[in-house]
Design a protein around this ligand. Sequence first.
Ligand SMILES: Cc1cc2nc3c(=O)[nH]c(=O)nc-3n(C[C@H](O)[C@H](O)[C@H](O)COP(=O)(O)OP(=O)(O)OC[C@H]3O[C@@H](n4cnc5c(N)ncnc54)[C@H](O)[C@@H]3O)c2cc1C
Length: 281
Amino acid sequence: MQLLWPDSPAHAQALRDAHPGARFVAGATALQQEWGDRHRAPQGCCLVPLHALEALRGIGLADGGRTLRIGAGCALETVRTHPLVIAHAPLLAQALDQLGALGVRHLGTLGGNVGWRWGDSTPALLVLDAQAEGVLAPDQRLPLAQWLAAPVPALPLLAALHIPLLPGCQPPQAVFEKAAVRAAFAPARLRLALRWSGIPACGRTLSHAAAAAPGLPARLLVHALAWLQQNAGLHGAWALDGLREACADDGLPIGHPEDLAHLAARLIAGHCGLLAPAPLP
Ligand SMILES: Cc1cc2nc3c(=O)[nH]c(=O)nc-3n(C[C@H](O)[C@H](O)[C@H](O)COP(=O)(O)OP(=O)(O)OC[C@H]3O[C@@H](n4cnc5c(N)ncnc54)[C@H](O)[C@@H]3O)c2cc1C
């Protein structure tokens, strides 16, 4: 195994780019799952460790208080318990509440969870409109969905995530769901986050939906959202069938053995109150 120690985030990016096949490593809690023997890195593996880079840590308000900036190197438990995250992005804290055990959350980082592509935080960050800050041009941020779309070996170093704050600094109404089979230590099958606009008392509208699953990188469910907008008023089985097709168009597998499109449709329909039959006129 070769370790290439960087002395700055930009150096880390340069080292990775100069060594084909090299990988960034932060807590290594996701990376080790790719190894045949989880206690030993594979022969010839080349890693760029990030955990000594102070510049990747820190949580604070940025852009004159308009965004919450979270360093990619922050441990998941630090993010989950940070007062600014709890106040402005409680959805992210809620997603991290359900991630692994305390030991994993102390080792694993937010950057590693996003770099893994289907970690619990990713759908939550997508519905919060998070932007990815790279290292070469920190002022040029990319929407997280676009950053995640980069090809795997070329996924650039994530320095920080920026979550825009709403006027009045009220956190958006949102929910995070993690669905798994009912067995001890069963890995989650689907991670889903939903966000509404509007005020509950005056009627609210689903404005964002995102999902991730093992092997299925996090994505915004744009077809599901469009289907809901075009089919307001459909309830019960009609709504479930239509939503399931729309989730399949968003790339969620349909049919046997993993009907994640059906699972996502049920969760969305349930949260939008569409599972009950339509009220009689
Ligand atoms: C027992 C156990 C339970 C777990 N349970 C869960 C769970 O419930 N939910 C969940 O989501 N995850 C879970 N995980 C996976 C893992 O712990 C988390 O995803 C964690 O956030 C990964 O962070 P890390 O720092 O360890 O990433 P690493 O393993 O170091 O890296 C993961 C990937 O991200 C890349 N990467 C790391 N940092 C950056 C960066 N700054 N910029 C770009 N790429 C980067 C790496 O190259 C690698 O491809 C579990 C792991 C274990 C061992």
